[in-house]
Design a protein around this ligand. Structure first.
Ligand SMILES: Nc1ncnc2c1ncn2[C@@H]1O[C@H](COP(=O)(O)OP(=O)(O)O)[C@@H](O)[C@H]1O
Ligand SMILES: [Mg+2]
Length: 431
C-alpha cells in the first residue's frame, strides 16, 4: 500500500501523506443515519479540551477518578506478572479494585493502562479515550471504569476482558483455538461496535481497527478498546474530515493514506482487513507474496482480495485450523463480505450497519456445544452416544464440496445482500 511508518518500532504511528488534503467539502454527504443496534449514549457529546479542563470539570458521571495510590494498590505496585499487554500507549496491567483500594467499591477486575511518559502518545490520545469511552456505553465497546491524571500520571482503568485480545487468540504460537463460530461471533460483535460509533448522532470514526484492539470477554463477546485515535466524523454536508494520517500499517484505508481524507468507510476497510485475517489465519503484515506473473511483491490484501471472490481458490487459502467447521457456502459469503469491505473505492464498501445485518446470518453455535447438547438429549432418551443423531448444521468441508448448484443458489440470494443484483466487482453504491 505504500504506507510508510515515520517512527521505527512503534506499532501505531503517523503515516505519510502522498498529497495534502483538500479543504473544500465535496458533495454527497457520507454522514450515516442511526441504526437499530442496542445503544445508549449520553448526548450531546461534550469533550474536555485538555487535562487541566478535565481536572476542573471531571463531569463524566459513570467514570471514577482514581488517585495514583489507588491504581498502585489495584495492580499490587504494577507487578510485572500482572502485565496483560503493551501497545504504543504503554503497559496494561491486570488489577482489582475492591474495599482495600477504595472503601465501598464493589470488587471489580480491571485492566489499568499506564501511559508511558517517554512514549510516542501523549495527553491528546489519553484524553480521546476518556472523552469517547467516558460518554459511550454499548455492549461492544470496552467500559471505561475510571482514570487517573494526578500530576504527570496518565492512567486508564477499564473493565477487565478475561479472554484478552483477538490478536492473542488468532495468532498465538501454540495453535489457535478460535473456531469458525467464535470468529463469526467476534466479527459480528466488533462490527456492532463500529456500527454504533458510525451511527451515533455525532458520528465517530474509530481509526485504529485491528486485532489487538478487539478485546474478548469470557464468552468471546467482542468489545472495541483503545480509543486513542478515535475522531469525530464528518457532520452536515461534509463528506470527510481532513486529518493527519494516523493508524496502523496494513489496516489503514488506501485513500486515507493517500489523501488524509477520513470517513467512516476507512473503518470499513480496517474491518475488511481483520475479517480477512480471521478467514485465512494470517497477519496482514505477514511476508509479502511474490507474484511471478506481475514480477513484484504483493502484500496480503493485494494477494488475497481477488481470491476472496473466487470460490475454488478461496477454499484453498482459508485457515486450515478451522477446516471442517464451516460450510463452503457460508465461507464464500463471508469472504465476499471481506472482498467488498476491502474495495479500493470507498463507495464500494458497505456501511457497518449493513455488515452487521449480513453477519447475523452466519451466527452458529460451536460444534463442541452442539455435541454436548446432543449428548444430553441422547442421555435423556437412553441412547448411547454412537446412536445419537450425528447431524450438525455445519457440514464438514471435505464432505460437501461447493457444487455448481450451490453456487447458483448463492447467486440468487446475493440479491438481498451487499452488492445486490450487480457484478461482484461493482458493489451497489450506498445512499
Ligand atoms: N480491558 C482489558 N482487558 C484485558 N486486556 C487488555 C485490556 N485493555 C488492553 N488489554 C491488553 O493490552 C493490549 C494493549 O492495549 P491497548 O488499549 O490497545 O493499548 P495501546 O493504546 O497501547 O495500543 C491489548 O491488545 C490487550 O492485549
Ligand atoms: Mg492498541
Amino acid at each position: 500500500m505504500g504506507v510508510c511508518c515515520s517512527i521505527q518500532g512503534r506499532k501505531r504511528c503517523q503515516l505519510k501523506h502522498a498529497k495534502s488534503p483538500k479543504k473544500t467539502p465535496e458533495k454527497n454527504s457520507e454522514v450515516q443515519g442511526s441504526h437499530g443496534t442496542n445503544t445508549q449514549t449520553v448526548f450531546p457529546l461534550t469533550y474536555v479540551k485538555d487535562v487541566e479542563d478535565l481536572r476542573q470539570n471531571p463531569g463524566y458521571s459513570n467514570v471514577c477518578i482514581f488517585t495514583y495510590v489507588e491504581t498502585r494498590l489495584a495492580t499490587e505496585e504494577f507487578r510485572p506478572d500482572h502485565i496483560v499487554g503493551e501497545g504504543g500507549f504503554g503497559v496494561v496491567y491486570k488489577g482489582l479494585i475492591d474495599e482495600n483500594v477504595r472503601p465501598g467499591f464493589p470488587s471489580t477486575a480491571v485492566a489499568v493502562k499506564d501511559l508511558n511518559p517517554h512514549g510516542f502518545q501523549g495527553d491528546r490520545e489519553w484524553l480521546a479515550e476518556v472523552n469517547y469511552l467516558g460518554q459511550f456505553s454499548h455492549p461492544n465497546l470496552a467500559k471505561l471504569i475510571g482514570y487517573c491524571c494526578e500530576d504527570d500520571h496518565r492512567l486508564l482503568v477499564y473493565e477487565y476482558m478475561s479472554s484478552g485480545s483477538l490478536e492473542k487468540h488468532l495468532f498465538r504460537r501454540s495453535g489457535c483455538s478460535l473456531t469458525w463460530s467464535k470468529r463469526m461471533k467476534i466479527a459480528l460483535g466488533a462490527a456492532k461496535g463500529l456500527a454504533f460509533l458510525h451511527g451515533a448522532e455525532r458520528p465517530v470514526i474509530y481509526r485504529d481497527f485491528k486485532t489487538s484492539n478487539i478485546l474478548l470477554d469470557e464468552d468471546f463477546n467482542a468489545k472495541l478498546s483503545d480509543f486513542g485515535l478515535a475522531k469525530d466524523g464528518p457532520m452536515g454536508d461534509q463528506t470527510h474530515v481532513s486529518t493527519r494520517v494516523m493508524g496502523t500499517h496494513g489496516y489503514a484505508a488506501p485513500e486515507y493514506v493517500l489523501t488524509g481524507h477520513l470517513t467512516a468507510r476507512s473503518d470499513v476497510y480496517g474491518f475488511g482487513v481483520v475479517l480477512l485475517e480471521m478467514l485465512i489465519g494470517r497477519r496482514v503484515m505477514d511476508k509479502p507474496v511474490i507474484d511471478k506473473g506481475l514480477g513484484r511483491e504483493l502484500n496480503l490484501v493485494e494477494w488475497a482480495r481477488p481470491l476472496l471472490n473466487h470460490n475454488k481458490k478461496l477454499l484453498k487459502i482459508l485457515d486450515p485450523k478451522i477446516e471442517g467447521q464451516y460450510s463452503p457456502r457460508a465461507a464464500m459469503k463471508v469472504a465476499y463480505l471481506a472482498y467488498l469491505c476491502l474495495s479500493e473505492n470507498p463507495k464500494g464498501r458497505p456501511l457497518m450497519s449493513q455488515v452487521v445485518q449480513y453477519l447475523k446470518k452466519f451466527q452458529t453455535k460451536d460444534v463442541s456445544h452442539e455435541e454436548a447438547m446432543l449428548r444430553k438429549v441422547a442421555c435423556r432418551h437412553g441412547v448411547t452416544r454412537d446412536k445419537a443423531p450425528n447431524k450438525s448444521p455445519r457440514t464438514p468441508m471435505r464432505k460437501r464440496n461447493p457444487t455448481r448448484s450451490e453456487t447458483q443458489k448463492d447467486g440468487c440470494k446475493q440479491r438481498n445482500e451487499p452488492g445486490k443484483g450487480r457484478s461482484r466487482c461493482e458493489p451497489s453504491p450506498r445512499a
